[in-house]
Write a protein that binds this ligand. Sequence first.
Ligand code: SAM
Length: 286
Amino acid sequence: MELTNINTIKDVMQRHGFTFSKALGQNFLINPSVCPRIAELGGCAKGTAAIEIGTGVGVLTKELASRCDRVFAVEIDERLKPVLAETLAEYNNIEIVFADVLKTDMNALIRDKLAGSDKIYVCANLPYYITSPVIMKLLEERLPISAVTVMVQKEAADRLCAEPGTRECGAVTAAVRYYSTPKMLFKVSRGSFMPAPNVDSAVIRLDVNREPNYTVADEKLFFRIIKASFAQRRKQMLNPLSAETGITKQELAKMLEECGIKTSARPEELKMEEFAAICDKISHKK
Ligand code: SAM
């Protein structure tokens, strides 16, 4: 079944009484070149397993299933059950769990559905309303996955792949870089979707590091400091740091100097190693 053909999709949707839900971010891919590229650049091959989040009518799911040994997907919308039973009927290596990915114990699901797979890749065209929470969940829960290859809004892709110390870098960029190495893969125009969204998209790949990119004595404190700092990214570091930690600006100024950081530095100017250094100074004082 040609799932990038608009008439085929319309026909199958109509027969099952399915209509798009804007609230669930249902913009389905209709550009035939995109899903094969996501699957291939995302690492899918013989001997690997894939996890998909949000199947829609299964256009990417089938590309994953034809390359990987096994696929399991999490899709929130139960109305898609009969649609997918038809569109993916020819594949016997796909299992779909109908649930909210944000409320799903992914580690347990992987143990259950993909036991024995040692190369697991996440590939998805993410619903845009939960891009950051999904990416953070996949990384923070330290799942046994090798890489996350996802389509996100172009602006989100720019932020997620931004170099630390540049204006585009934000709290999520910093957190993502703690767990993974991001790479921009390719851009996708809004016309590649049905219905077409108001923004363009891009596919990024996050290669998950076995060990975090920086070692910090207190991870929770590290993320608290990053979040507080980027909430006031154009202000000098001293203010948000002092507000978050309760340490006086004078003491903090001394700590920054000891780490080789200017006391007038703004969060967006700092490299991740510098955040890690100041975090360790603070955690040793506490
Ligand atoms: N993979 C399909 C494609 O590329 O055409 C669909 C992508 S569409 C952008 C996002 C999909 O994620 C939809 O099928 C939607 O129902 C599903 N979805 C939305 N929120 C979800 C959630 N919290 N958990 C799991 N799936 C979700």
